[in-house]
Ligand binder design. Structure first.
Ligand SMILES: [Zn+2]
Length: 118
């Protein structure tokens, strides 16, 4: 709430990714080879933190009915790469595929990138 992008950057809460120097494909920060052309010369970039929900997490029994955000999902960032993420909402809500989301914060693990509806 009220946290600007520059505040996040000062706190180190920015989403980094890599862009191939040769084919300009974007890929996750943990990659060391371009998934498209196999090139290893990747430039580190900082994402604007906006994207869309491209897949919602695995349905396990009635978990989706439990009012227990965050939801596991996959987010495709505007820059063109896709990461597993958590979607946190202040109130239980149905999240449609393609919903616009923005970066909320980074957790401790690689799958703990948190988004909220934009
Ligand atoms: Zn490439």
């Amino acid at each position: 709430m009220g946290v600007t992008m520059s505040d996040r950057q000062e706190a180190g809460e920015v989403l980094r990714y890599r862009r191939c120097r040769w084919c300009r494909s974007a890929t996750v920060h943990s990659s060391f080879l371009c998934p498209v052309c196999g090139e290893s010369e990747l430039d580190e970039q900082v994402s604007a933190g906006y994207g869309v929900v491209s897949r919602l997490g695995a349905t396990r029994g009635s978990c989706q009915l439990v009012h227990q955000p965050p939801h596991a999902c996959v987010v495709t960032l505007d820059e063109g790469f896709t990461i597993p993420a958590l979607l946190s909402e202040d109130r239980p809500t149905v999240v449609p595929l393609g919903a616009r989301v923005c970066l909320r914060g980074l957790g401790a693990g690689p799958q703990a990138v948190e988004f909220r509806l934009a």
